[in-house]
Design a protein around this ligand. Structure first.
Ligand code: CP
Length: 316
């Protein structure tokens, strides 16, 4: 199986197939319940997580497999100085697939190079979060019937927001997306991500600071948390954390069918009153995250979903 460090490790056809598989899994829970019988997943989480770890694990359990791992590195041998490479060479003896989250950019690639089983990046510092993007794509597709031909606003911490970087990278491959990048000037999108948009003929971007000014143009608004753990300086964090707060008044300026996405966890950036608005799609993202991880885990293991190949479920 292939490791997935960024979604560039998968072809567009493979990503489309994962979207189809997730949809199939959702309506064929019983049929797929033994797809990964006998398999073991390791979740190696060196950084906090609620959704990503629990959904990777639930996904494997719902496919019939088993799970080992650690959540919070304080109980693992990294505290004794063990390297990522040695950890992965070790864990490769125990399991069939690994999901790793680490605070350092590039850690998942180092892990994949050392491992003899597929490694899935569950977030590496401020770099990439490919399985979040799979959840985001599934949510866009369920809202719009497509993931492109859209104007997508990304708002908040665009510098360290790995979910944003992964999503932009992947949407550029689908093409025909207009990105509206909304952030304080201190938290602009990194150049390597902008280069990706520039290199894509039918994608474009604008960088702005004011959400209210642009919200009416957007088909989807991807809110992000200003991430305390990525700041070097607490004063900068405190100054920037509440720059954007999406509340009912601001949402009133948006299109009636705009989708509000957020990878979660949120702090203040989406007011709770927005949760009841039909435009709020962030808990759908959570659900899609589990389904997409079921699709991805079975695919990297080469385990066929019973009945999927014969199933007519193919769409855009
Ligand atoms: N979206 C996301 O990665 O959430 P967790 O940090 O809770 O895993």
């Amino acid at each position: 199986g292939t490791s997935v460090i960024t979604l560039d490790d998968l072809s567009i056809e493979q990503i489309r197939e994962l979207l189809d598989k997730a949809r199939y899994i959702d309506t064929h829970r019983k049929e797929v319940a033994h797809t990964c019988d006998g398999r073991v997943l390791a979740t190696l989480f060196y950084e906090p997580s609620t959704r990503t770890r629990l959904s990777f694990e639930t996904a494997m359990l719902r496919l019939g497999g088993k799970v080992i791992g650690f959540a919070g590195a304080q109980l693992a041998s990294v505290t004794k100085g063990e390297s990522i490479s040695d950890t992965l060479k070790t864990v490769s003896n125990y399991v069939d697939v690994v999901a790793i989250r680490h605070p350092k950019e590039g850690a998942a690639l180092v892990a994949a190079d050392a491992a003899s089983v597929p490694v899935i990046n569950a977030g590496d510092g401020g770099h990439m979060h490919p399985t979040q993007t799979l959840a985001d794509l599934a949510t866009l597709r369920s809202r719009f019937g497509r993931v492109n031909h859209l104007t997508i606003g990304l708002c908040g911490d665009l510098t360290f927001g790995r979910t944003v970087h992964s999503l932009i990278e992947t949407l550029c491959r689908f093409g025909d997306v207009r990105f509206v990048l909304i952030s304080p000037k201190e938290l602009r999108t990194p150049q390597y991500v902008l280069n990706r948009i520039n290199a894509t003929e039918d994608c474009s971007y604008v960088e702005v600071s004011d959400l209210s000014e642009v919200i009416g143009d957007l088909d989807a608004l991807y809110m992000t948390r200003v991430q305390k753990e990525r700041f070097f300086n607490e004063d900068d964090y405190l100054r920037l954390r509440d720059t954007y707060i999406l509340d009912a008044a601001k949402l009133a300026l948006a299109k009636p069918d705009m989708a509000v996405l957020h990878p979660l966890p949120r702090v203040n950036e989406i007011a709770k009153e927005v949760d009841d608005d039909p435009r709020a799609a962030y808990f759908e993202q959570v659900r899609n995250g589990m389904l997409m991880r079921m699709a991805l885990e079975s695919s990297v293991l080469g385990d066929e979903l019973p009945g999927f190949a014969d199933h007519e479920n193919k769409e855009v």
